[in-house]
Design a protein around this ligand. Sequence first.
Ligand SMILES: Cc1ncc(COP(=O)(O)O)c(C=O)c1O
Length: 387
Amino acid sequence: MKNSTRSGVDPFIVMDVMEAARRAEEAGRHIIHMEVGQPGTGAPTGATKALSQAMEQGPLGYTVALGLPALRQRIARLYGEWYNLDLNPDRVVITPGSSGGFLLAFTALFDSGDRVGIGAPGYPSYRQILKALGLVPVDLPTAPENRLQPVPADFAGLDLQGLMVASPANPTGTMLDHTAMSALIEAAHGQGASFISDEIYHGLEYEAKAVTALEVTDECYVINSFSKYFSMTGWRVGWLVVPEDQVRVIERIAQNMFICAPHASQVAALAAMDCEDELQANLDVNRRNRALMLDGLPKAGFTNIAPPDGAFYVYADVSDLTDDSRAFAAEILEKAGVAVTPGLDFDPVRGHHTLRFSYARASEDIEEGLLRLQRFMAQRAARTTPA
Ligand SMILES: Cc1ncc(COP(=O)(O)O)c(C=O)c1O
């Protein structure tokens, strides 16, 4: 059968790396996973307990499209706890992961052919979802001196209808402070572009608290999720915060596209929000892993890295080591037994020269992975240096 032009989206290269790692494991090898972008931990215990109780109490049928009122209220309270903001719970919409939030946001805000700016490097699915919806992703190549985050000059005169940012970002973990966020919002609005802020890594910060776009303006869409800080990737539950006059538009699209986010996951998510001790313990592991990475990667020879402010990634410029990050990642997997992600997923142009290392694992795994990388790189250097 004939396919639409829109459906010609690119594959997610990290999935290919995961498959290669799986094949190596099947063949009996032990692989350290630094490719996957998800916590090694599961949902907090309180979340699974709450769900088993709810399952005994009744059928978990559809919820209303905007989500369980108690969950929307609890999320609004989180904005008080995290940012000292007084958020109207009516503005919170529960979505099937932040991925479901992208579909709702892009559909609600843009018409076919509209141009939406995204930072490069950036989370690959922004580009692919925009394309699949008949929209035009406009890559904004970001500069190392701006810690690989977009600045207003990157999209001046580009005639954008939308601007999408992420802070902390994937793959870099870098954040936008209040000044940088405000400048982007002002420049986007000045151009008539809608502002969308992906805040999925909030809660996973190591130096300063991440800034939400809602601290700057109510005229924006904020996208968040239970996947990362709350450690619930497979549960497929997230949320949007939208201006009051946008709620009904989103509600109508959500009713038709998804009916609702999974009811069971909403119950678990609500309970997860009160599992602060467990979530903070997870964060402590990430903090320790981050320190291990910042010490161990340069020792291995990956010296060109920007210390991440949040999330659980380190993005390394490896242009001194290779012109082909995909082949280099394959070599690291084969020879070192460590799976890492080539930068091409995040930046189709400059990603030939970058790798992303994820440290969302047990610290023992990270320590072992770093040792393997150090050994592999020392042998590689010995091979390429003439005696
Ligand atoms: C920046 C960013 N946004 C969104 C997502 C999608 O997350 P989910 O749909 O699980 O909420 C990811 C996943 O890795 C991500 O890195």
